[in-house]
Structures are given as C-alpha cells and as structure tokens.
Design a protein around this ligand. Structure first.
Ligand SMILES: [Ca+2]
Ligand SMILES: [Zn+2]
Length: 102
C-alpha cells in the first residue's frame, strides 16, 4: 500500500484506512468501483469514491453478489495443462489422475 496519504491529517483516520484497504482488496479479488463521483451521496460500499468515508468502510451486498458470481461455480475450461506443458513437456496429461502426484 502507498500510505503517503496518511501523512495528511484528513486521511489519517480509521475510517479512511478501512475504506482504502477494503477497496484495494476488492480490486485484487476482481471488483470494480461501483461509483467514481466524490460529491454524491455515499453508496455504503468501499467500492464507491466518496469524500465521506464513514458510510463506505465495508463492502455492500452488491459486492458480495459480484464475488459470488465470479467465484461460486466450477470453471468449464482450464489452462493448467498448458502451463504444465510449458514447464515440463514430459508430463503425460492423458494418464494424469485427479490427486495424483505432479
Ligand atoms: Ca460516490
Ligand atoms: Zn479503486
């Protein structure tokens, strides 16, 4: 984290720290901003740009719904075999068993 903003009195508060950490972790998990205007009513999610941090310290239901749609399913394809072939072209993918040693 670039914590240079926290040397500014206005931002060196628990609410701003929670908002920023929540938003950056949200980005790592694949979430985008829900809103990028600073001067409108806070949406109650850390994925909202706002000049009022207090209502925006945590994810809201939309963020949890997005995470569920991103992750609560099995992938229909995988590129793992391609990675194996690059790293070790001798791996026999046809005879690979689930849970077998690799
Ligand atoms: Ca906003
Ligand atoms: Zn952001």
């Amino acid at each position: 984290m670039n914590d240079s903003y926290f040397s500014t009195r206005q931002y060196n508060t628990p609410a701003w720290k929670r908002l920023v950490m929540c938003q950056e972790i949200g980005h790592v998990l694949g979430l985008d901003h829900q809103d990028e205007a600073f001067d409108n009513t806070p949406m109650g999610t850390c994925m909202d740009y706002s000049s009022e941090p207090n209502p925006n310290q945590y994810p809201n239901q939309h963020d949890y719904d997005m995470l569920a749609s991103l992750y609560s399913h099995f992938d229909s394809t995988t590129t793992l075999a391609q990675l194996d072939a690059t790293v070790n072209p001798d791996i026999d993918h046809d005879n690979k068993k689930p849970g077998g040693k690799k």
